[in-house]
Design a binder for this molecule. Structure first.
Ligand SMILES: Nc1ncnc2c1ncn2[C@@H]1O[C@H](COP(=O)(O)OP(=O)(O)OP(=O)(O)O)[C@@H](O)[C@H]1O
Ligand SMILES: [Mg+2]
Length: 262
């Protein structure tokens, strides 16, 4: 929730973005408080990844305002927003090739969190430990399997020292056990007061971790409330639940879109 002074950690007001005739954000407004954890579901092509692009600065809105901690960030580039505390993962993992897992995380610690030398090494080791990647520290990043690549995305986002962490389908394609492990990692991040927005088709993972769920369709929010209320909402069921949703950990894994996220 917003703090007593009414300042939200993240605030979007009237944010609009289109690609040609496809409206990915249609006058979107959203408020998130420090330490909030929010899930986003919605059909393929709803605009979920684009919303992260708008928040993180990869996409510029046509209109509307985005604020972080009360300060406007609408026109800041992704690196500046990262330094202000917005960390994101990409739906299709994007590790730096030609570097080890440790080096990938170290770059994020140094560029995002601004740490240097021994402090940065210690922070990188800590992030690898928390994300279950310590055993892969010296592996070339491009040789990782899917679970480890998803973990490295999370590790790099976390290494930048975010106040707000944007997770884009980090559970897609993982086994039930791997999803359970991931939920544990997300919960532990949350206990540190980092706010999280988690886009996920594996609905079971969201309902286990979030308190508030939003459903995005056609660039608009069609549901906003507790996960149980949103998933039971007829408007949400109409736009979303008919699609390739994995509501149970024993169900088939959600497919990767294969398309590069915004
Ligand atoms: N850079 C871009 N240029 C043109 N069109 C784009 C671009 N990025 C996204 N789109 C289009 O915008 C729409 C929303 O895409 P987006 O990736 O935000 O959806 P999504 O909700 O994340 O979908 P998914 O569940 O498949 O990941 C889609 O029709 C997509 O093809
Ligand atoms: Mg997406």
């Amino acid at each position: 929730m917003p703090d007593a002074a009414g300042t939200a950690l993240l605030e979007l007001s009237g944010v609009t973005k289109s690609f040609g005739r496809v409206v990915v954000a249609d006058n979107l407004s959203l408020r998130l408080g420090a330490g909030d954890i929010v899930g986003i579901v919605g059909p393929n092509g709803a605009g979920k990844t684009s919303l992260f692009g708008l928040i993180a600065g990869d996409l510029a809105p046509e209109s509307g305002v985005i604020r972080l901690g009360g300060a406007e960030v609408t026109r800041l580039d992704p690196a500046a927003r990262c330094r202000l505390g917005i960390g994101r993962t990409y739906q299709v993992p994007r590790p730096f090739g030609g570097m080890t897992v440790f080096e990938n995380v170290l770059v994020a610690v140094q560029q995002g969190a601004g740490l240097r030398r021994r402090a940065s090494y210690a922070a990188a080791v800590g992030v690898l430990d928390r994300t279950g990647l310590s055993g892969e520290a010296n592996s070339p990043a491009e040789r990782l399997g899917l679970l480890q690549r998803k973990r490295l995305e999370l590790a790099r986002a976390l290494a930048s020292g975010p106040r707000l962490l944007l997770l884009d389908e980090v559970a897609g394609g993982l086994t039930d056990l791997e999803v359970e492990q991931l939920i544990g990692v997300v919960r532990s991040i949350r206990t540190e007061g980092i706010a999280i927005i988690w886009i996920e088709h594996v609905v079971r993972a969201l309902t286990a971790a979030v308190e508030r769920l939003l459903c995005l369709a056609g660039g608009s929010f069609v549901g906003d409330g507790t996960p149980a209320a949103v998933l039971a909402d007829p408007a949400v069921r109409e736009v979303f639940l008919g699609t390739e949703v994995t509501t149970s950990l024993s169900g088939p894994p959600a497919a990767e879109s294969g398309r590069e996220g915004a």
